[in-house]
Ligand binder design. Structure first.
Ligand SMILES: Cc1ncc(COP(=O)(O)O)c(C=O)c1O
Length: 424
């Protein structure tokens, strides 16, 4: 074939870290603490709502409104209107998408032009970089820097901070948008109001849009509060707030997501939607509507899933932290999300030459070794960094702790066995 086959926009974005590690996990029957999904049953009310949506009104088998199932957009407007302190119009300020991934894709496609710069905060959920590039944009990276080095005490994800001057230096006349992900995957950082204000000031000063990925907003621990950047002065007008029913109700396979924002931004995402997918599956939307109806009634009460899920997940987080410490890994205590990152420097010092392909980051080689020899799967943190920064952060690996008690126990058993081998 003489003609170039793949479109040029795909150049350099064909690698995907997940595929390789998921395959390795399956081949080795290891305890999978890699990918971010719960391996326990979703709440009964959620599965019952889905069953009802499938077996109830026959019209739920047909297309629904293109920009979101009417009952769902209505309840999302009501629910999030309170949280975002806005009077949301279900028709204009809410768009339902195929997962938060869908919302992110639309945001980049609708807002980013050839040559536009998009600021990404490292470490970042890995799809932001290829999505920026596919839209023709140019990612500009700024790192969260660990504020202190290990002095006998575990670090918190809150100790990883932006340097305000460094962040300011990244804003140029070509900056179109910044992506904020709080709570952040993979670090588990929950941005404080003061940190968000620094970002918001820069957005206002340079007339920059904000894509705020808040899929883990319910998963915050130790009394920490999630703050939506759209609630800061002057930010609603320039912010898209993205959420996921998958993460909210432990149903990642349903792939129902949404974006909330001012009509003057959302109308462009609707243009992408109407010229690509046009509809999202109806029954999942109906089930998510029922779930939110329930959560609205129970908001803040002990029976609310948004209260119960973080309580249960925090226990698994604490269990995992204790277990990882026994073999000499140093977890960074996450303030939120499904994830924590653990420092594996002591292993890097003891076994610097683990096998791997040429140029492969140490964390990736370490995980392959760990899967084969210790039966545990994690994800290399270098996968969440730009190519320039990867080498500076290859001594961390990411674990997912939104897992059943039996998976957490299986992890514990493997780590106890590992500890015995270390002492033996
Ligand atoms: C930060 C972040 N944003 C978005 C998503 C995608 O969410 P969804 O499964 O709803 O597409 C994920 C999934 O892992 C995520 O971690």
């Amino acid at each position: 074939m003489a003609k170039q086959v793949p479109a040029r926009r795909l150049e350099g974005i064909d690698k995907n870290p997940w595929l390789e590690f998921v395959k390795l996990a399956n081949e080795n029957e290891a305890v999978n603490l890699g990918q971010g999904f719960p391996d326990f049953a979703p709440p009964k009310f959620a599965t019952e709502a889905f069953q009802q949506a499938v077996s109830g009104d026959v019209m739920l088998n047909q297309y629904t409104r293109a920009f979101g199932h009417p009952p769902l957009v209505k309840i999302l407007a009501k629910f999030f209107g309170k949280l975002l302190e806005q009077d949301l119009d279900p028709q204009k300020n809410v768009l339902v998408t195929v997962g938060a991934y869908g919302a992110l894709f639309y945001a980049f496609q609708a807002l980013v032009d050839e040559g536009d710069e998009v600021i990404l905060i490292e470490p970042y959920f890995d799809c932001y970089e290829p999505m920026t590039k596919m839209a023709g944009g140019c990612p500009v990276f700024v790192p969260l820097r660990p504020a202190s080095t290990y002095k006998g005490q575990l670090m918190s994800s809150g100790d990883w901070q932006l340097d305000p001057d460094e962040l300011a230096s990244k804003f140029t006349p070509r900056t179109k948008a910044i992506v904020i992900n709080s709570p952040n995957n993979p670090l588990g950082k929950v941005f404080s109001r003061a940190e968000l204000e620094i970002v918001a000031n820069l957005c206002r000063k340079h007339d920059v849009l904000c894509i705020s990925d808040e899929v883990y907003q319910w998963l915050v621990y130790d009394g920490k509060k999630h703050i939506s950047i759209a609630t800061l002065p002057g930010m609603w007008e320039r912010t898209l707030t993205i959420g996921s029913a998958g993460k909210a109700f432990s149903v990642t396979g349903w792939k129902v997501g949404w974006t909330l924002g001012p009509d003057h931004l959302l109308k462009h995402l609707r243009t992408v939607h109407q010229n690509s997918l046009y509809h999202c599956p109806t029954q999942g939307q109906e089930a998510v509507f029922s779930n939110f109806e329930r959560e609205l009634k129970l908001f803040g009460q002990p029976d609310s899933y948004f209260v119960q899920l973080p309580e249960a997940t925090q226990k698994s987080r604490d269990h995992m932290i204790e277990s990882l410490l026994t073999v000499g890994m140093r977890p960074v205590i996450p303030q939120g999300t499904y994830f924590l990152i653990a420092d594996i420097s002591t292993f890097k010092e003891k076994m610097p030459d683990l096998p791997g392909s040429e140029g492969e980051a140490y964390d990736s080689r370490f995980i392959k070794w760990m899967i084969k020899n210790k039966g545990l799967v994690a994800i290399p943190v270098s996968a969440f960094y730009s190519s320039e920064q990867k080498k500076h952060f290859d001594h961390y690996i990411r674990f997912c702790y939104v897992k059943s008690d039996s998976t957490i126990k299986a992890m514990d058993d493997k780590l106890q066995q590992w500890k015995t081998e270390l002492n033996g």
